[in-house]
Design a protein around this ligand. Structure first.
Ligand SMILES: [Ca+2]
Ligand SMILES: [Ca+2]
Length: 485
């Protein structure tokens, strides 16, 4: 019924009143009746990182590259341990396909993934955001950080978030910060998209790496056959590749809406399209029944507020979050738990690396953007929102299996991401918790593992006649340390 209404509205050139699609989406809807869209969902394989191209996340990309006739345009965060993909690109180049793209580099010219340098050398025509990062870093050094509106949590050195969430007659108060100083101004080219022959698009949360496309982490790929949507990606790549516009919100808007076959698809880019403010928040606010979230990081304070509000109005909210991200000083999962939202922290060894959600069985949020402030405001990212009951059902079934796979113990506790509590983490050769020590060297994998570090303190207080909850209230309360146990 909804689809035929939407069809009528398209003929009339407007959105149906009151439909979730109508909110905040003023872009015209492009038509691509011949197009198609599919979702590839990868549950973590407990066999460690894989250099082979066996997972569908990888074979789907290899197949597209092998079939390329004219062009391959890509924006990938980096490359590690996936020789099949690098060779396929090289072979395409040798048969005359134009291959060009961008990768991430930090202000020192470095990339997170070990094989990126060789990949860039092999292909030749690859650009990056390193110079932009240098400029951003210098600007940030000249800018003073404002004093926080609340006391810094003890032992935390980074910028401070003063948080006050409204629970009706009570307020949830917390002060969050990172354990370490953060590089102000740091930003990453975090896209993972490949466009073949200006028609096929491979995109999502999956890096070209032994842990991501290799199948070790939980990840998602959206595959589109759509010239309309491909054009959106190519325009974004041009901004980065041709114009050097990385982390820039002054460029033209990249946002588009398209009917791909009979599926409505929305595409937004960070930072210029503000995907959280423009779409994620309105979609969560409009949810009526159920929100199932599967994300790497969940640190965005406004998304957190919207999830709490949804829970308070009776929407069934569930969250699966990554164990490493759950030890971050800005993580909001403990606050969600505090108000009664079930949150499972994965204990696989591989990461929960998705950045997605399904809402009310009809809308799927996918993409490269972590649910963080940096993901929306500074990084280069893409978000694809799919309005499809069929794909929402596919995602929903996958989500149920992931949820069931994580023991209920991790509804209340946080596993040490590099410990025997976390599946294959002590034998995978990966520094799962980014602390510089791997597997047996990591104290978490020893006979007497240390307890997981506590997260920043929080408390719930009566509103005391106030109309709203404000961060200033933090001045009059003492926060309580919680260990998540
Ligand atoms: Ca490990
Ligand atoms: Ca480690």
């Amino acid at each position: 019924m909804r689809r035929s209404l939407l069809g009528l509205a398209l003929v009339l050139g407007c959105s149906p009143p009151g439909s979730p699609d109508a909110e905040g989406s003023d872009a015209p809807i492009l038509q691509d009746p011949q197009g198609s869209i599919g979702l590839l969902l990868n549950a973590p394989q407990g066999v460690g990182p894989q250099p082979q191209c066996v997972a569908e996340l990888c074979t789907s990309l290899a197949g597209l590259i092998d079939g390329a006739e004219k062009t391959i345009d890509f924006a990938v965060y980096g490359v590690r341990g996936q020789p099949r993909i690098v060779e396929a690109m090289q072979q395409a180049q040798s048969r005359g396909v134009l291959v060009r793209g961008v990768v991430d580099r930090d202000a020192d010219g470095l990339n997170y993934y070990a094989d990126t340098e060789a990949f860039v050398k092999t292909l030749g025509d690859v650009r990056d955001d390193g110079k932009v990062d240098q400029r951003r870093l210098k600007e940030a050094q000249r800018t003073s950080v404002p004093e926080p509106r609340c006391a810094r949590p003890e032992g935390y050195l980074g910028p401070v978030q003063c948080l006050a969430y409204d629970l009706g007659d009570r307020c949830l108060l917390a002060a969050h910060s990172s354990r370490d100083h953060l590089d102000q101004g740091a930003a990453i080219m975090h896209n993972k998209f490949v466009v073949v022959d200006s028609r096929f698009v491979w995109t999502g949360s999956t890096n070209v790496s032994d842990t991501c496309s290799g199948g070790y982490n939980a990840n998602l790929v959206t595959v589109l056959d759509s010239r309309r949507v491909a054009q959106g990606y190519l325009a974004e790549l041009d901004q980065m590749y041709e114009d050097g516009l990385f982390h820039d919100d002054k460029g033209s808007r990249g946002r588009l809406r398209a009917m791909v076959g009979d599926t409505e698809v929305e595409l937004l880019f960070s930072p210029q399209d503000s995907p959280v403010r423009e779409r994620l928040r309105p979609i969560i606010k409009a949810a009526n029944e159920r929100i199932d979230v599967a994300v790497f990081y969940l640190t965005h304070k406004l998304i957190t507020a919207d999830l709490i509000d949804a829970h308070l109005r009776g929407v069934e909210v569930r969250v699966i979050i990554d164990a490493t991200a759950a030890s971050n000083g800005f993580t909001k999962h403990e606050l969600l738990r505090a108000v009664g939202i079930p949150v499972k922290v994965e204990n696989w060894g591989g990461k929960m690396h998705m950045k997605s959600a399904v809402i009310d069985g009809h809308t799927v949020i996918t993409g490269s953007m972590n649910w963080t402030t940096a993901g929306e405001d500074t990084n280069d990212e893409n978000v694809v929102i799919i309005h499809s009951e069929a794909l929402a059902a596919q995602y929903g079934e996958f989500y149920e299996a992931l949820w069931a796979d994580i023991d209920d113990r991790w509804l209340h506790e946080n596993p040490d991401p590099e410990s025997r509590d976390s599946g294959t983490a002590c034998t995978d050769g990966i520094d799962n918790d980014y602390d510089g020590v791997i597997d047996a060297e990591d104290p978490g994998c020893g006979q007497n593992p240390p307890p997981v570090d506590p997260l920043p303190p929080w408390t719930i207080v009566d509103k005391g006649g106030r109309m709203t909850c404000e961060p200033e209230m933090l001045r009059d309360v003492s926060l309580v340390a919680h260990t998540g146990q």
